[in-house]
Ligand binder design. Sequence first.
Ligand code: ATP
Ligand code: MG
Length: 501
Amino acid sequence: MKQLRLIIVEDSEDDTILLLHQLQKAGYDSDHVRVETAEELRSVLENGSWDLIISDHALPCFSAPEALSVLNNSSKDLPFIIVSSVIGEEVAVAAMKAGAHDYIMKNNLARLAPIVERTLYDAGVRAERKKVREALQESEDRFRRLAENAQDLIYRIRLIPEMCYEFISPSVKEFTGYNPDDYYQNPRIAFNSVHPDDRHIFEASMLGKRSFDSPLILRWYHKNGSTVWAEHRNVGIYNDQGKLIAIEGISRDITDRILSEKKLKTSHAQIEALSNRILNAMEDERARLARELHDELGQALTAVKLDLQLLGDKLEISNDRRDRLQQTIDLVDYTINMVRRQSVSLRPPALDDMGLLPAIREMVRGFMKRTGINTVIEENGFSRRMSRHVETALYRCVQESLTNVTRHAEAQKVVVEFKQEKNSLWLNIIDDGIGFEPERQKISADSIGLTGMHERIKLLGGEFEIDSSPGEGTRIMIRLPCQGLSYKETGGAEDESTTRR
Ligand SMILES: Nc1ncnc2c1ncn2[C@@H]1O[C@H](COP(=O)(O)OP(=O)(O)OP(=O)(O)O)[C@@H](O)[C@H]1O
Ligand SMILES: [Mg+2]
């Protein structure tokens, strides 16, 4: 049985029984209430939940049109069927216009059940549609609230039959100084507000010639003359034939980000230029100091030594004094050697005279002598000379790496490896020491060796990598692109005669 909650507006008990009987025959189990006045109807409508009203047309104190008016004034939306023995066509049409859903003559009650069935079905459909409409309205209201309060710009542009804005959020005023209404009335404003150099991108996007996968960055002119950088993320809406019919999107003002990026780029370039100058100045200063130590101090000390020896030969002095003189000569000799060593370590003459590999061989010989650590140079047939900047940078990297091995690695063996592969020169310095965790190294004023190496290599357009972990030794990997390694290409105008000692 189908459940039915029914209000019957009827003064006749018998007619009510007849109605219910018809419905029962059609499989309805009706829970009903019979009313005869407007007050009764109002009361049952307010206090119950109902599926249907069946109303007689004319009662002694009430009527179907009055019952309809009570229903229409209530908050309920119920199907209303008039069942009457006397109803003219005009009255029936008027009742239908007032909201009745159907009418039947009492002498044709066999139609009642099918009409109830159809009316209930229609009511169900109506209720469903109402729910959908309300949900749609609610979601549209929600979208509008969000869009209208969003800082980002939200829009939908219809492209056919001609371009127009279906929606553009009020934040457009911040972007361009125009109101949404300006865009609704004249969509060309959008095109004219785009920076001339970016218009072709905007146009390509509007024509669907540009993929919507990546964001679009455009410059917009604000009414006040300023330029706004905006990042647009668009989605294309296509019809069944695959034609682009609309674009929906969201734009964000990224002017601050772009300006900061530009500032950052400029300051990176400035820092790079500064490090370049500092490193060059440092090398020049080292070379000057080395030259002065060697040429001036070294030669002066040699002269002192010769004079002392001459004095010793010529002077008649006691053995004690001769011993003292000899000690002084030995001290001067020691100082001469020390000055020479300092001079070499400041700027090894071999680096300028014979090139990188001989200078490194000399450095490695000294390193092994001092530390006793077995060190191998793998040259792999590498013999080319490179510009002074490149040779100096690589020399300093090996020097710093070997110093680090002495100070931190506790290594048994070191390999200094040169390799040339296709368009790259590789320099690896590998030790089998205790290793460390490079990513844990903090930048500090006390530890600038690795950072300095990195900086030197970066300035030459190369790559610098450290592969190390505790207990696994350390591998410093340097790759330089071959292009630009040779004389003049890296360090700018450089006069070899002035830089070589
Ligand atoms: N070959 C190595 N084996 C083990 N640890 C190393 C090695 N090279 C570097 N380290 C670690 O990395 C740290 C940073 O090295 P870096 O050369 O930058 O600075 P530093 O040697 O401490 O000081 P300096 O500025 O005088 O070079 C070192 O303190 C050490 O802990
Ligand atoms: Mg160091």
